[in-house]
Design a protein around this ligand. Structure first.
Ligand SMILES: Nc1ncnc2c1ncn2[C@@H]1O[C@H](COP(=O)(O)OP(=O)(O)OP(=O)(O)O)[C@@H](O)[C@H]1O
Ligand SMILES: [Mg+2]
Length: 224
């Protein structure tokens, strides 16, 4: 089995990274394959609503129960404040050391005998630990990225900026997932065609509430 790992990142927070990661996990398992996921650092975590957290959503897609042990296994750094994780950690007087996050991920990637989707935090330069942007993790682990962007007015520039930044950091963007923004000014296909005039990146349109693209995307990415 040729293992493929991807860093799932986005142009910003709330853009659809977890939605895409969970969609890909389900598509791979529906195709009879297996896959794993990590969300090493998570903020805005409420133990009473763990099912709604990113790790909870990923565990459900993986068909694992949302309990302490399973949460800790895929998401060891969980913080309460809905802030950038470095700030959320400071509020709890906890240390969020980049080296520890990186070595946890490296160890898990080496140990897991499956494809792994690794969800970052917020946008590509959002902090994932003290003084360290998320993209650094993909660069250090040598994992290519899936970039989720929206289709609102202005999304094109946000997406191209992220693509250029990833290029500068040496992180290949395997695919851009254009995740339709509710109320977007353009039909999804028109947005994607426009973006294709500005980048060579592979662009996958993802409509609202439409799970059908995930099986095609999973196959294209070599996940099943
Ligand atoms: N294509 C879509 N169709 C329907 N709902 C969507 C779609 N994309 C995202 N959503 C919803 O939008 C919300 C934000 O998406 P999601 O949680 O995946 O973002 P995120 O980038 O992972 O955010 P965070 O930075 O907090 O990790 C979620 O409620 C999700 O279910
Ligand atoms: Mg998320």
């Amino acid at each position: 089995l040729n293992l493929r790992h991807f860093f799932v990142t986005g142009t910003g927070t709330d853009i659809g990274k977890t939605y895409v990661t969970a969609g890909l996990i389900r598509a791979v398992s529906e195709a009879g394959g297996t896959i794993d996921a990590l969300k090493p650092v998570m903020s805005g975590f409420d133990l009473g609503r763990a099912e709604q957290s990113d790790a909870g959503i990923l565990l459900a897609a993986l068909r694992r129960s949302v309990d302490e042990a399973n949460l800790a296994a895929i998401s060891p750094w969980r913080f309460t404040a809905p802030l950038a994780p470095d700030l959320a950690a400071r509020q709890e007087k906890r240390v969020l050391e980049y080296k520890a996050v990186r070595s946890f991920c490296a160890q898990r990637l080496a140990a897991i005998k499956d494809h792994v989707l690794l969800e970052g935090v917020g946008g590509i330069l959002s902090p994932i630990a003290e003084s360290m942007p998320s993209l650094r993790l993909a660069a250090d682990l040598g994992v290519p990225a899936l970039l989720v962007c929206g289709t609102y007015l202005g999304a094109l520039s946000h997406c191209l900026t992220a693509i250029e930044t990833a290029k500068a950091w040496g992180v290949p963007i395997e695919a851009v997932i254009a995740n339709e923004t509710p109320g977007a000014p353009l039909p999804l296909a028109v947005f994607c065609a426009h973006m294709a005039e500005f980048t060579q990146a592979r662009i996958f349109p993802l409509g609202r509430e439409d799970a059908t693209p995930f099986s095609a995307l999973a196959r294209e990415l070599g996940l099943c």
